[in-house]
Design a protein around this ligand. Structure first.
Ligand code: NAP
Length: 354
């Protein structure tokens, strides 16, 4: 591993979960079918938790669940629950929340981890720019619906918002045109904006939930080559090969999410920003600007309230489906073979050691 990583950055999710007993706890990991989310789910299950792993493709979530239960030694297969969640559709988000509520369980950890990066100018079913809609607005909608249930729980719970440091340090949320209707589209800026808006949401949510048993934590996993770069096509292969020498492993990138779940001292640290398994100052020039957080919250609420719900969530932009098919058919198997995506290159060793 490169010298650039701090001490906490070398810790793995496996090391963090050691010694913690999460039996009886339920975690939801959005985007638990790949990369950091999959590793987070794997280690939560190893610690005894029941984990809902979501994917926009039910089949993919099921394959991950089967894989997890056959490769990870000594875990209870019934503790892994694969579910479909397409964040590009409010209809799918609402169905997911209804299905979870019907399970009538406490939700101990809600981990907002799923994301897309580098997409062309696509729009979700409710006509939001794709990064904004998937990474941010759908997660806000999901959290608000889930909170109707979580707020009545008598047990403490945590909401983890997985962010990206470069988003926090980026050019900001474009309040006049969040949806790229009248400005030149830039996929990098769209990704960073969505992660920054999600981070503001976390900070505002922590304020609004003050005095409740719900702790909100902002988590930056660090940099690791995963399927996140899938929309860059074959370029991601080159990136995965080059970056692996200086970035974290998936095991290390998932460590801070595990830390945010199990670390007792975070009970009274709602609204904290975490990276490399420790609380640190949130980067970015608006890291201390509650006025902006509440402004973005109000604007987002208006967008959610005014969204035209499309009842047919299977008819997303055909470009998305073609790219997704191309990725899973050609790119993913190669990266998977090299050990970079899905489980991560060091997951098998971790499974054996459990
Ligand atoms: N990797 C990094 O260097 C890095 C750095 C900073 C922050 N992060 C953050 O870490 C988190 C995890 O990223 P990762 O690197 O593990 O990426 P990843 O391997 O690509 O995982 C992304 C997950 O999101 C799911 N997803 C994609 N589109 C979706 C949609 N429309 N609806 C619902 N779920 C969808 C994917 O499901 P399928 O695979 O089943 O389609 C997958 O499970 C993200 O929030 C990312 O922003 C990553």
């Amino acid at each position: 591993m490169g010298q650039v990583l701090s001490h906490g950055a070398h810790k793995t999710a496996y090391e963090i979960q050691q010694g913690h007993d999460l039996r009886g706890k339920l975690a939801i990991v959005t985007g638990g079918s790949s990369g950091i989310g999959l590793e987070t789910a794997r280690q939560l299950v190893h610690a005894g938790a029941k984990v809902i792993i979501t994917s926009p493709h039910l089949q993919r979530a099921r394959e991950c669940a089967t894989n997890l239960s056959t490769t990870a030694r000594g875990i209870d297969a019934s503790n892994i629950i694969p579910m479909e969640l397409q964040l590009a559709s409010f209809r799918s988000v609402r169905k997911f929340v209804e299905d979870v509520k019907a399970m009538n369980c406490n939700i101990d950890y809600l981990i907002l981890n799923a994301a897309v990066m580098g997409c062309p100018l696509w729009r979700t079913r409710e006509d939001f720019e794709y990064h904004l809609g998937v990474n941010y607005i759908a997660h806000v909608h999901l959290t608000q619906l889930m909170l109707e249930h979580m707020i009545h729980q008598t047990v403490p719970s945590r909401i983890l918002v997985v962010t990206c440091r470069s988003g926090l340090e980026g050019s900001g949320v474009h309040l006049a045109d969040m949806n790229f209707r009248n400005r030149v589209y830039d996929a990098g800026a769209a990704y960073h904006q969505s992660k920054l808006a999600l981070s503001y949401f976390a900070m505002e949510l922590a304020i609004r939930l003050d005095g409740t048993k719900i702790v909100v934590l902002l988590v930056h996993p660090g940099i690791v080559p995963t399927s996140l770069s899938r929309w860059y096509g074959p370029l991601s292969l080159i990136y995965a090969g080059l970056a692996a020498s200086w970035t974290k492993t998936v095991q290390q990138a998932a460590a801070t999410s595990l830390y945010a779940c199990v670390q007792k001292s975070l009970e009274n640290k709602s609204g904290s920003y975490l990276q490399d398994c420790s609380v640190t100052k949130m980067p970015g020039r608006n890291s201390g600007n509650p006025h902006l957080w509440s402004k973005v919250w109000e604007m987002t609420q208006d967008m959610i309230d005014g969204a035209q719900i499309d009842s047919n969530c299977n008819s997303l932009n055909p470009g998305i489906k073609i790219m997704d098919w191309f990725w899973s058919r050609y790119i993913d198997p190669v990266l998977h073979y090299c050990g970079y995506v899905r489980g991560g290159k060091d997951s098998k060793e971790a499974d054996k050691s459990n």
